[in-house]
Design a protein around this ligand. Structure first.
Ligand code: ZN
Length: 350
């Protein structure tokens, strides 16, 4: 792979997993195997940051997937575990680099490690979770004071995840986007030909740089099968976690769908992480998406609308290496209880 750079690294898409920090460093995704903040030299030779790792570094960190509160760095002798012994400095090399990336509007690659927020993290590896934009860099007061009781000031960064159309496309997504671009250009040409009776067709221009955002998000809706989803499907060998069905196509290949319990995108902003994904058959995917089934705290499956000719499991099947997080099924339950088909109160009999 090429060299360290700001933003996308060719061939690395969100959801990709790395077994160690060394593997990330070798892929030019992070400059260091220990530090949270990765630095590189900008064109004017000053250091900027290009990546950070969320791995339970400080107690003042807060990860909400789309929005992240990140605590800057301190030298080893100024901290004790996740607690700081003295205030942080904007002059410290890593903080200065991340601050300069904020000033210059550079995107930051975020990796989540095994010690990060348990709602997102994988047990033993690091996952690339896409590009984030730094929206603020300011002083904040740490939760814990210094050992002598005086308050500690931290360098706090706020990062917001860039919308999906601005994240790197998977090869399948890119292929379909290109086909769509060609089709639409073809339609444009036909439209021009109809208007222009002289018959001179305008040739479509080549260099179709990057497909516009609307088209990209349409493509992602069609072929959303990120690395995270593929891993969950493989774990269950395509067997539906709700009904046990394992569909096999005429080509002998099994078919299943990856369903996000807390949906991706607005207004839900669910994370694209293993603990938020189920392996389902197409019918059960729809059932989940329209709130026809809910999942209780003890993983019991509750059917809310009548179904004929099919039996669901009583309990959600879960592989020992896949722990769905309670927060997502709870979100799904509460959403559908407040937005689902209402049971209109029956008019009281006269
Ligand atoms: Zn099913």
């Amino acid at each position: 792979m090429g060299q360290q750079a700001i933003g996308h690294i060719d061939g690395v898409v969100p959801g990709e997993v790395f077994s160690s920090r060394m593997e990330m460093k070798n892929a030019n995704l992070h400059s260091d195997v220990r530090r949270g903040i990765s630095r590189l030299k900008d064109s004017d030779s000053s250091y900027v940051a290009d990546a950070i790792v969320l791995n339970g570094g400080y107690e003042d960190d807060d990860d909400d997937w789309t929005s992240v509160k990140y605590t800057g760095a301190s030298p080893d002798d100024e901290k004790d575990g996740t607690k700081l012994l003295k205030s942080q400095s904007w002059e410290y090399r890593d903080n200065a680099a991340l601050k300069l990336s904020f000033d210059r509007g550079y995107p930051i690659r975020i990796f989540r490690g095994p010690k990060g927020d348990r709602r997102y993290s994988l047990p033993n590896s690091y996952r690339y979770d896409g590009l984030y934009k730094i929206t603020a860099a300011h002083d904040a007061t740490a939760k814990s004071p210094a050992p002598d009781g005086t308050p500690i000031t931290i360098c706090q960064f706020i990062l917001e995840r860039l919308p999906d159309p601005e994240q790197e496309l998977t090869p399948a997504e890119r292929q379909i986007a290109e086909v769509l671009v060609q089709q639409e250009e073809l339609l444009d040409v036909e439209a021009t030909t109809v208007d222009d009776e002289s018959g001179g067709t305008t040739s479509a221009e080549d260099g179709e740089a990057k497909p516009p955002a609307t088209r990209v998000s349409r493509v992602q809706r069609i072929v959303r099968d990120p690395a995270t989803v593929r891993r969950i499907k493989a774990l269950y060998d395509h067997e539906c976690q709700l009904c046990g069905l394992r569909l096999v196509g005429p080509d002998g290949k099994p078919y299943s769908e990856g369903a996000h319990i807390k949906p991706l995108g607005k207004p839900h902003n669910g994370p694209d992480v293993e603990r938020n994904i189920l392996c389902l058959c197409p019918n059960c995917h729809v059932r989940l998406d329209i709130g026809a089934v809910l999942i209780e705290e003890d993983w019991l499956i509750v059917v809310r609308t009548g179904m004929f000719g099919e039996n669901l499991r009583t309990k959600l099947k879960m592989h020992r290496r896949h722990k769905v997080h309670q927060e997502y099924v709870e979100y799904h339950r509460e959403w559908w209880i407040s937005h689902g088909p209402r049971h209109e109160p029956t008019e009281s009999a006269m």
